[in-house]
Design a protein. Structure first.
Length: 313
């Protein structure tokens, strides 16, 4: 079976094939298909041969969906919210789906049921954008596991499982990515998962991301940025010593667009190309990058975390 990206198709004016729509919305194709099939939201139009395409109204719908997901509503309840008048939307009660998912992840880790854990992660990453699923389900699960009597072991098990999965996803995404090159780094050795989540969330839009080892000093990060010709830098900052702070300040002042997330202890100056994202939720950080700097160049089809086949049934 040929995929939606395999055959040359003439798209109607003012519409987007699924690869371009994924780039504009920041939601990967597998999640778009899951929303359409399972929940009946963001229903695309079809060409005579059955290929999906989207328009600006679909883009507005996705932005509304992301808004409600950020408020803590599950995707199965979003359709009801979308169909309600604006004056009634705030009265809808949230179901406790995130607590359910957190409990499933925590219990599967505590009982070392790795098959159940993998299936739970597959479902979560399929039905939600990476950043929202991580922030609403996985991060609270990690925090709960760290408070366990065997917290170090259990949290390490979940983190290693996530890092392995996200590294595979990122590799697949970047084989097909284009656009401005973003270099992600951190001053903290334990920030690998934080960086991978951001890399995969941005990679879902088909954008180029490079991820450096978190043990590198700022001087090495700057050398890598120059060698890779990275036009954008993203620093995820964690508490550090004064000397380390000064070292990374030199990196911030380098002549390229700079993005900053993490804690508030990093002192910044009035830099024209600085984008301070530290007060934004994770999904809004991702959307800010995609919308402001991720529009240049033709973007290839992003891969999904579940490797779902691109079909046009």
């Amino acid at each position: 079976m040929r995929s939606e990206q395999d055959e040359p198709v003439s798209w109607p004016d003012g519409t987007y094939p699924i690869r371009e729509f994924a780039r504009l919305s920041g939601v990967n194709p597998a999640t778009l298909r899951a929303w359409e099939r399972r929940y009946g939201i963001v229903k695309p139009l079809r060409t005579p041969k059955g290929h999906r395409f989207y328009n600006d109204q679909h883009l507005q719908d996705v932005r509304r969906i992301l808004y409600w997901l950020e408020q803590g509503y599950p995707v199965r309840q979003v359709q009801l919210l979308l169909n309600q008048p604006s004056s009634n939307q705030t009265t809808s009660e949230r179901t406790d789906v995130w607590s359910e998912q957190q409990l499933l992840v925590v219990s599967s880790v505590e009982q070392f049921e790795l098959g159940v854990l993998d299936q739970s992660l597959n479902d979560g990453f399929s039905h939600y954008p990476v950043a929202i699923y991580y922030e609403r389900a996985l991060l609270p699960a990690l925090e709960q596991l760290r408070g366990h009597s065997h917290g170090r072991l259990l949290a390490s098990l979940l983190e290693s499982r996530l890092i392995q999965r996200l590294q595979v996803l990122m590799h697949q995404q970047q084989r097909h990515a284009s656009g401005p090159r973003l270099l992600l780094s951190s001053n903290c050795r334990s920030a690998t998962l934080d960086l991978l989540i951001r890399a995969c969330a941005i990679g879902a839009a088909g954008l180029r991301v490079e991820l450096l080892d978190t043990s590198l000093p700022a001087s090495d990060v700057r050398l890598a940025a120059d060698a890779l010709q990275a036009s954008h830098l993203w620093l995820h900052w964690q508490p550090a010593t004064d000397s380390q702070h000064q070292e990374w300040q030199a990196l911030v002042s380098s002549p390229r667009s700079f993005w900053l997330s993490g804690c508030q202890s990093f002192v910044i100056y009035d830099l024209p190309d600085l984008n301070d994202l530290r007060r934004l939720p994770l999904q809004q950080q991702i959307q800010s990058y995609i919308l402001d700097y991720g529009r240049g160049g033709e973007v290839a089809a992003p891969w999904s975390i579940t490797h779902e086949v691109n079909d046009h049934d």
